[in-house]
Write a protein that binds this ligand. Structure first.
Ligand SMILES: [Zn+2]
Length: 201
């Protein structure tokens, strides 16, 4: 019934998480109607650059522009090279950076352990974290996984893996809403959780 380009756009939107066919159609017609402000072109350009213009940092696995050798945090010599804050997702880095207090490095796992979803340590960047720590410069690892069952399980697993190393392992203080994502926590809550971090035993 609909012209092919419209149907294609609806089908593509409908493949996104949380977007059903109705919303996909609404978004498509919104774009059609907002032609005058060039939103479709901007969106098309952004989507093309999304893949070609980005990469992951070879050190911490945070997102970076593809024309960089490492992310802006790893490339910054004023960052404290002795502390690594371990998070689940790149957006968690962004959330913690907004507090402007943490000056160490990060390590992005790209997920959390989940037996239900079949996510094992091999699916996360845990091996790479241990490789970084083996270099011997790190004195503290802050576990900043989400306050959820998966986040806690991941934190506990990391703690076990880090037992053999001569370093302090801390966990963000409680106070973050349980089951919530770090990236949605407000700055003050995150700041308190970071400042009040406690050594795991
Ligand atoms: Zn990096």
């Amino acid at each position: 019934m609909l012209p092919e380009p419209i149907q294609q756009c609806i089908d593509a939107f409908a493949k996104l998480p949380g977007i059903g066919p109705k919303t996909a159609a609404r978004l498509t017609f919104f774009l059609l109607r907002s032609q005058e402000n060039d939103l479709s072109n901007k969106l098309a350009e952004a989507l093309l650059n999304l893949i070609t213009g980005t990469g992951t940092c070879p050190d911490c696995f945070n997102m970076m522009s593809s024309d960089q050798e490492r992310c802006v945090i790893c490339a910054n010599p004023t960052r404290d090279q002795h502390i690594i804050c371990v998070v689940e997702e790149p957006l968690d880095v962004a959330a913690l950076e907004k507090t402007s207090v943490y000056m160490g490095l990060y390590h992005v796992l790209h997920g959390a352990l989940s037996p239900v979803e079949g996510i094992t340590p091999d699916d996360l960047r845990i091996k790479e974290l241990l490789e970084r720590i083996k270099k011997g410069e790190v004195t503290e690892v802050i576990i900043a996984t989400n306050p959820s069952m998966e986040g806690d399980a991941t934190g506990m697993y990391l703690q076990q893996q880090l037992r053999g190393f001569d370093l302090k392992v801390t966990r963000l203080a409680r106070g973050l809403p349980m089951g919530g994502d770090l990236e949605y926590a407000d700055q003050n809550t995150l700041l308190r959780a970071l400042m009040g971090r406690q050594e795991m035993d």
